[in-house]
Design a protein around this ligand. Structure first.
Ligand code: ATP
Ligand code: MG
Length: 424
């Protein structure tokens, strides 16, 4: 039986000038925190340091002996990539060439027609005592092992390379007894419920299970709720069903599922296609649908009609509708959806027209007012939403509401806009 390390002993150090001048957000730390937490390891602290050897050395020395330290960034070929040399100097070991890394990089260079120059040689050097994990999405390997009284996992900076390396890192951590059993947890993803309402509605269940760690947070499409068993315990039987019973239709997925993928899968299951017509979201709905691999099975295409003239020319919205009701109106949304559906020959069409803000609101049509329409073989329906975020959030919530409308409709043929907008 492997004893997990104490909770206070895991740290992340992110290396890079670009993380300290506002150009790049340090998402590697949060990614690592999330991945480790799934394996029962809570990160106790995260530090961002510049591309300076002294800063990285000082950060490593500050951490308690016995800690597990994950370092990201600065493993690449350029002169500002100092991590491997700095770790070696800090641990008082030499950098040694690793044959397996050399072989892999030589093969890569041959395949790509690159020369195997000093830049490549630099990336074959690993601090003595650390083992390299080959990087299939880049060049610099990850490096793991005991050094300077700490357990080190040194990773390259590009997030995609960390994703690619993670299964091998997890294996290595498991073998060295650094990971506990996977944390049992349930995460349900909702749409169209405000965070305080979701927290209020789930509070009795949370109170009934105080032994679990509960969290509520704003995800990409709506609010997520998660309950996790702490210290390797199990989840109570039926907990997920109890949560779904409380939240009903507002739940669209669990764990790492994404709303567009849920909609694409639902369309594929019933062999239907969809087209889109977008105004205030400027293509975000089409982009969301097409971020799912295989979307071409169900997504026909769309129209980006921002100006009234584009709504008339591309979708056939009647000038009388625009003159009488304006572009942000039920009539315009319905005409946009009907136009997209017939012009692209899709089974369904979604249309979005609204005032994303921060300007352009009026007393009758304040910022956040958005009409979403869904057209299908049996006709078109529309619903009015009032989003209260900033411009970026209002646009994303409009996309979420449109996807959700189609999701509900595909499930049982209902008018999805009959569901309440804000929950009580
Ligand atoms: P490369 O071979 O690409 O140079 P590297 O290991 O040297 O890899 P860095 O040079 O530190 O890594 O970073 C490369 C890129 O990876 C950065 O420009 C940035 O886009 C991204 N990156 C680095 N660190 C982080 C981080 N902590 N969070 C998110 N992205 C990061
Ligand atoms: Mg670099």
């Amino acid at each position: 039986m492997v004893t997990p390390v104490p909770l206070h002993a895991t740290y992340v150090i992110a290396v890079g000038d670009e993380l300290l001048n506002g150009r790049t957000s340090d998402t590697n730390s949060t990614t690592l925190q999330r991945r480790l937490l799934r394996r029962g390891v809570r990160v106790a602290g995260t530090e961002v340091v510049p591309d300076e050897a002294s800063a990285l050395r000082a950060a490593l020395s500050r951490l308690p002996a016995g800690s597990l330290v994950l370092v990201t960034g600065g493993l690449g070929p350029t002169p500002d990539d100092l991590t491997a040399a700095t770790v070696a100097a800090w641990g008082n070991v030499t950098l040694t060439e690793r044959e397996d890394v050399t072989r892999q990089l030589r093969e890569l260079c041959e395949q790509r027609g690159w020369s195997f120059g000093p830049n490549m040689v630099k990336q074959t050097l690993v601090p003595a005592g650390l083992v390299p994990l080959l990087n299939r999405r880049g060049t610099a390997p990850a490096m793991c092992g005991e050094l300077g009284g700490r357990t080190l996992v040194v990773l390259p900076g590009p997030p995609a390379e960390i994703d690619g390396l993670w299964p091998d890192v997890e294996d290595w951590l498991e073998r060295s007894g650094r990971l506990g059993p996977a944390t049992a947890s349930v995460r349900l993803r909702t749409v169209r419920i405000p965070e305080p309402v979701l927290a209020r509605e789930t509070a009795p269940l949370a109170a009934a299970h105080p032994q679990l760690a509960w969290s509520w947070w704003l995800g990409r499409w709506g609010v997520d709720v998660q309950a996790s068993a702490v210290d390797g315990g199990a989840l109570p039987a039926g907990l997920e069903a109890d949560l779904v019973a409380l939240l009903g239709d507002f739940v669209w997925g669990r764990d790492e599922e994404e709303l567009p993928a849920v909609v694409v899968d639902a369309l594929r299951a019933c062999r239907r296609t969809v087209a889109v017509a977008e105004s205030c979201t400027g293509g975000l709905l089409g982009a969301a649908l097409t971020e799912t691999a295989g979307a071409s099975d169900v997504f026909v295409g769309g129209f980006l009609t921002y100006a009234d003239a584009a709504k008339q020319a591309l979708l056939g919205v009647e000038p009388e509708i625009l003159a009488e009701h304006g572009a942000v109106s039920a009539a315009c949304a319905l005409a946009m959806a009907a136009g997209a559906r017939t012009r692209l020959g899709a089974d369904h069409a979604l249309a979005i027209t609204g005032v994303a803000g921060p300007d352009g609101g009026t007393a009758a049509k304040p910022v956040g007012i958005t009409w979403i329409a869904l057209a299908g073989p049996a006709g078109a329906v529309t619903g009015r939403f009032r989003f209260t975020g900033d411009r970026a959030r209002n646009r994303r919530l409009a996309v979420a509401a449109a996807l959700d409308a189609l999701r509900r409709h595909l499930r049982d043929g209902c008018n999805p806009f009959d569901a309440p907008d804000l929950w009580r």
